[in-house]
Every structure is written in C-alpha cells, then in structure tokens.
Design a protein around this ligand. Structure first.
Ligand SMILES: [Zn+2]
Length: 124
C-alpha cells in the first residue's frame, strides 16, 4: 500500500536525520502535501495510525498534514497564480498554462519533540 510505505519512509528519514534514540521523544510530525502529490490525506492519516500502533513506540505521535494549493506560472505574462478546480489557466491573463510551480511537494515540514532531559529515563 502506497501510504504505508510513505509512512515508513517518513520515519526512516527522521531516523537518519535525528537518530533512533531522539525519536523516542517524538511528539508531532507536520507534513506539507501538495494537492498534486498523489497522496490522499485521509488514507495517509489512517496508514499512519495503523503503522504507529503496530510499532508501539510511536503510538502517541501526532501527524499533521497541511495541504499545499496548486500554483502555476504563466508562459505568456510570467505571473504566478493559484489553480482552482484543476483548471490550469493563468489567473491574470486567462491563457492556458501547465507550468506547475507549487502543489507537487511532499515534505516533512516540521517535527516536534517532547522536552525531556536526556539520560533521566533509564535508571539502572
Ligand atoms: Zn498570464
């Protein structure tokens, strides 16, 4: 399933970035998902919930998805405008355009960690 592998790769990326130990205090992940990113937010949320519950240690982590609207650049007048209802026309001069400058991204925008003193959680 597409969304599950996405969730896995998100955690893989975070582990590479912060280290496996730091992820113990992970609280919240914020994604920016373009409307053309081919990701269904609801399915992604469901896959995230299912996967983190199975993994156990990430069961408390929240996922926030921010949808990024589509923006195009006009080849005629050179200006950028938003795309509504998937009509790829310039919002200024009305010419058709397929130069997408925003809306295909899938980014880990921000991550939050619980504030906790390192080394205080594992007494021998
Ligand atoms: Zn234009």
């Amino acid at each position: 399933m597409h969304e599950v592998s996405l969730v896995r790769s998100i955690f893989h990326t975070l582990e590479e970035e912060f280290g496996a130990e730091a992820l113990d205090s992970l609280e919240r992940i914020e994604l920016r998902v373009g409307l053309l990113a081919n990701v269904e937010p609801v399915l992604l949320q469901n896959a995230f919930r299912a996967w983190t519950e199975t993994e156990g240690r990430f069961g408390h982590v929240a996922l926030h998805i921010e949808l990024v609207p589509i923006e195009v650049e006009c080849p005629t007048c050179g200006r950028r405008s938003g795309v509504e209802n998937y009509r790829f026309v310039c919002g200024h001069c009305g010419r058709p355009t397929n130069r997408i400058v925003q809306g295909t991204e899938l980014l880990i925008h921000r991550v939050h960690f619980a504030e906790r003193q390192p080394g205080t959680t594992a007494p021998d």
